[in-house]
Design a binder for this molecule. Structure first.
Ligand code: SAM
Length: 263
């Protein structure tokens, strides 16, 4: 059963988004949900995924929602967004990185690759990486994980070789406990628009460094706006062998590849 929703099934079809999460699951989907008897406790991100999970992970306390539609890797992707959080809207770095991923699948060897995304927000990059065959863990702060999980399931359930996972990862916190290096190895760390005006830039860089082991490739896409963005790039270059991969002049997004310097 393919549960990736058609445009007719998607909430907000014809450009009208629901004003509350209650409007998300419409008749056909609800009928399917009633036939699906898988159960699990709400909020358990490791439970066996099911259509019921879509209901459980309806976010959050945002007062208003909208949907944006994207086309990547041959799939129409619907992203549930809210303007009430930085982490609930798709940023320009994400669309640029998705374009880069879909244009370089063989070169990047994404099939079955182990990928972790930091600051995944509403999840577009993780969804596209999953569609391209990767095993993805999407991470972010606790308050956006519901919306993230919802978007991932909605766009990948029964449509991808590996169902993406969602995990909390607050930069610089609990890394050894939650992501021990002996257990967690990633081929790629993805990051889009995680560098902007905030107070966690040092923790962000140390998290990038922590997650990279020999062979791990960091792909970082960012819209460059302020001098602080370039200061971060200088620090990034001090710890990563850095290759400039692509530029999107219309959005001022640049994409860099980094591999950790091992002296
Ligand atoms: C500007 S948004 C970008 C979202 C997404 N990557 C995109 O490009 O559409 C920045 C993301 O970083 C996350 N973030 C900010 N500070 C963080 C922190 N200290 N630890 C973990 N995630 C953080 C936010 O929740 C948000 O999802």
């Amino acid at each position: 059963m393919d549960v990736c929703l058609s445009s007719e099934q998607q909430p907000g079809h014809l450009g009208k988004g629901p004003s509350s999460p209650d409007g998300w699951l419409e008749t056909k989907e609800e009928e399917t949900l009633q036939k699906d008897d898988t159960s699990g406790s709400p909020g358990d991100f490791n439970e066996k995924p099911s259509l019921h999970s879509l209901q459980k992970f309806v976010p959050t306390n945002y007062a208003s929602y909208t949907q944006e539609y994207y086309l990547f890797a041959g799939k129409r992707i619907v992203i549930q967004e809210s303007i009430e959080s930085y982490g609930a809207v798709v940023w320009p770095g994400a669309t640029a990185l998705c374009q880069y991923l879909e244009e370089h699948p063989e070169e990047l060897n994404l099939q079955d690759a182990k990928i972790l995304e930091i600051g995944a927000g509403p999840g577009l990059v993780s969804i596209v990486a999953s569609i391209l065959g990767a095993q993805v863990t999407a991470t972010d702060m606790p308050d956006v994980l519901g919306n993230l999980q919802y978007n991932l399931l909605k766009n990948t359930l029964n449509c991808t070789a590996h169902l993406p996972e969602v995990k909390e990862l607050v930069w610089g916190e609990g890394l050894e406990q939650n992501f021990p290096k002996s257990t967690f190895y990633y081929d790629y760390i993805l990051a889009s628009d995680v560098v902007y005006h905030h107070y966690f830039l040092d923790k962000l860089l140390s998290t990038m460094v922590y997650l990279c082991q020999p062979g791990t490739v960091m792909l970082w896409a960012n819209k460059f706006r302020f001098s602080t963005d370039y200061e971060f790039l200088d620090k990034f270059k001090q710890v990563f062998d850095t290759t400039f991969l692509a530029e999107f002049p219309e959005s001022s997004v640049k994409i860099f590849k980094g591999t950790l310097k091992w002296d």
